[in-house]
Each structure stands twice: as C-alpha cells, then as structure tokens.
Design a protein around this ligand. Sequence first.
Ligand SMILES: C[S@@+](CC[C@H](N)C(=O)[O-])C[C@H]1O[C@@H](n2cnc3c(N)ncnc32)[C@H](O)[C@@H]1O
Length: 261
Amino acid sequence: MTYLLDPAWHAEKTRLDDLAAHYDPGTAAVFDRIGVAPGWRCADIGAGGGSVVEMLADRVGPGGHVLAVDNDTRYLEPLAGGQVEVLAADITADPLPADHFDLVHARLLVEHLPSAEDAIGAMVAAVRPGGWLVVEDLDWSTVSTVDPPSPAHERVLRALRELFDTMSYDPCCGRTLPRALRRAGLDDVGFRAEPRPLTADRERGVPLWEMFVDQLAPHLLGGGLLTQADLDAFHRLWHDGESTGFGPLMVSAWGRLPGGA
Ligand SMILES: C[S@@+](CC[C@H](N)C(=O)[O-])C[C@H]1O[C@@H](n2cnc3c(N)ncnc32)[C@H](O)[C@@H]1O
C-alpha cells in the first residue's frame, strides 16, 4: 500500500478541515517569512481539502496563479477558476512544469511517499531559479508523552508504529526535511517545529487525533494490531477531561533555489 489514508473515507473532508484549522496558521507564518506576494506563481502538491490553495490564491491575487495538485482532486474541483487551476497528478510519476514556480508547497505529503528524496527532487525541478520550496511534515518523536501515563495510549501508538512499518509512511520524516532540502541543492534553508498540544475534552474528545486512528481502525483491527477494547479505551482517554499530551511535531522547512534575480 502507498497512501495510508482513504480520500473516500466518510469523514475525510471533516478530517482535512480539522487539519487545516490546526496547521494553516503555521503555514501562513512561513509564507509571511518568505514573502509570498501578489503576482506569484505557486503550486500546492497533495493539496487535499484546498485550504492552503485558498490561502495562496488570496495572497497572489488575480495577477498570480495557484496550481492545486493532488492525485485525488474531489475536494479541490470546487476551487477551480480565477487564479486557481486544479490538476489531477501523481507527484511520484507525473512531471510538473519545469523551472516555473515562485513557490512550490507540500504539507503532509512527503511523509506518505516511498522516496522523500525523489518527491523533493520532483518539486525542486518545478521551482524557478530564486524561487522557494516549502515542505511540511510530521515527526512522531513527541507523541509518547501523555500525562497521566496511559497504557491505552501506548497500545495505540505501538499498533500505529507496526502499521507504519508495513507501509511507506515515515513517522520520522519531519526531522529529515532540513537536510533533505540542503541535499537537493537549496540555499537559505530554515525550519520551524511545533508540537500540537492534546487536551482531553469530555464532549468533543480530540477530533483530529481520534479521527486519524479511526480512519486506520480497519487496518489496526483487521491486522490484529489492536482490539476493539483497546480502541474504546483510547477514545475514553481523550474524553476523560483530564489527560494531556503532545501530538506529533509539525516541521515546516523552506529553502530557495540558487540563481534568479
Ligand atoms: C494528509 S493529506 C494533506 C492535505 C493537505 N496538504 C493539508 O495539509 O491539509 C495528503 C494529500 O496528498 C494526496 N496525495 C497522496 N499521495 C499523492 C501523490 N503521490 N501525488 C499527489 N498527491 C498525493 C492525498 O490525496 C491527500 O489529499
């Protein structure tokens, strides 16, 4: 299996919207830092629910262009028009326009792909000299920390790690990004990293965290990695109104292609 998650899962759009609400402010801070401006040509690869596409369209304005790329464009089609173009393409197989974009961005994509190096190489090839690549992925180094300590949480984490081992998903992807960008020939490489606080809520639970596990539940249960009782205990934990912890770190890395004006 390549892509871990199922775009057709019944709650996938809700999950993507929740991702956007959590991670868009960090992405916006990186765009502020590199100075995304009116008239820029941008591409968002693995654009998912399209929140970053909308953010970029707003920043580049009618004189700019945003190419929204995903191998499953069901949630992007409604955004097509004006400065936004939607392209169904697989970053591991289909070439992007070469030396073209002021900014290529990908969030929560590279961690799913069989070769981060190839994916980053393909995206670098689409950046114009002097343009930017921004890659954002998770690093699971922070997730074992829960207070009070929870066997239910530990069981789910162990099962997830076993599942990741059978797929191309890399839970250490985040930490590798700055070096990967330098190795791809980029200059001015920098990064930020932000852990997501998890706070149990009696009513809401922790939707983003619980939905990620729910979406993978058929694999976890079917593969004998977890029992339904483990899963129920995990959901009770995040509804106990008391437990706190850290979700994965979001690592946002950026770099600029040498050359250009
Ligand atoms: C976890 S979602 C992230 C969506 C969005 N970037 C965000 O951060 O909100 C990953 C997205 O990458 C897309 N994707 C997965 N493999 C891909 C590939 N090989 N080429 C292009 N898109 C891909 C999926 O369809 C999905 O929409």
